[in-house]
Design a protein around this ligand. Sequence first.
Ligand SMILES: *Cc1c(COP(=O)(O)O)cnc(C)c1O
Length: 459
Amino acid sequence: MTNPYRQLPGLDALLHHTQLGDAIHTFGRATVRDVAREVLEAARARIHEGEATPDELQLITGMMTLLEHTLAPSLRPIINATGVVLHTNLGRAPLSLAARQAMDAVSHGYSNLEYDLESGRRGSRYSHAEQLLCQLTGAEAALVVNNNAAAVTLVLRSLAAGKEVILSRGEMVEIGGGFRIPDIMRQSGARLVEVGTTNRTRVADYAQAIAPETAAILKVHRSNFKLVGFTASAGMGELVELAAQQQPPLPVLNDLGSGTLLNTADFGLEYEPTVQDSVQAGAALTTFSGDKLLGGPQAGIIVGKKTHLQKLRQQPLTRALRVDKTTLAGLQATLMAYLRGTATAEIPVWRMISAPVAELAARAQAWAAELAAAGMPADLRPGQSTVGGGSLPGQSLPTTLLALPSSQPDQLAQRLRLASPAIVGRIEHDTVLLDPRTVQPAQEALFLQTLLRVLQAES
Ligand SMILES: *Cc1c(COP(=O)(O)O)cnc(C)c1O
């Protein structure tokens, strides 16, 4: 009887197999050797348990699976067919061409990130997007940090550590991903003073809560839920007026969350207070995200009064929250589109939001025709896309959806997710639905190829 262990290929034989050439190129010889050892050891253990000796191809398949699962970069592009324009789990805002080019340009080599070219001396990274932000929002000064959660933390730490901040009970929100306003408040060292009730808070409630320990009034935009029915809340204008009457005057801080620069009502959506509104109303500081409705890279943007922003810049925490050169370059390029007045044409988020219904219907029809031509009929049905990403809760945009008939929709959806590139759709009423609104035109050919491949394997 032959020794089953002897039939196992040797380490060197495995490593010289032509099929592993690409893997060695990608992962490096040492890694592939380690994985080969691991796979051989596992094979010996199985032989010991009485299993048959695997052949070379089986071992190599095992190695490839191990390499792909454990060491291949796990973060990769996917196709968003959910119809949720700003999907936090799917990376929020896709960037404009100009933003990508600007990020690419500063990433190739050196830049004047913290260098003043005129004087030849040290400059400030915080100067880069500031003028643009002031021009677009009407603010006196601006500061960009890592994200909006960081921006809010920094603002509270700088202006209210060890003191009290007044907040309506109707705005004690959780944004998601562990961002809860009361927790952020505690983190920053400020003491929360709750006023009003869940559904109603009036200016008088704030007025009564003002004490010598009060450092600021905070307003937080209800980004991801709606308050309907018997409700009341104080407007920015009234709060600014109240705060200005105090001795010394109090700052009103406004966390807008999404922070749109454009009028959302122009796109068939409810009016969402803009950053300009907040500045105009007299907010001392307004905070918002770079990668929500602004449509740029992940960042936290703070605009407002010079004196307050000066304090923020001097905070040691600011150093820990600083943005890198690619973010600043991408943000500047994104803001330039607003300056030129071409944001709806250039910035993907706004292009998707403003996509005409007829265009969406035509694209869904073209997809259905393509599938039908390959012998796989699919239905079209009217549906709704959403903006998502903590903005415009409860509101939707009409679209046309491609509905994939399947007796096992969960499995079909999973096969689409496991395809390369992954296609993420949604399931409603036991049907897999794909929304053209969030499928980028540049991805469309690849999307259809992938979809056909998955459906063909299915049938
Ligand atoms: C989204 C959001 C945040 C958090 O912003 P990130 O950029 O995700 O850190 C904070 N506050 C509000 C009101 C938000 O909507």
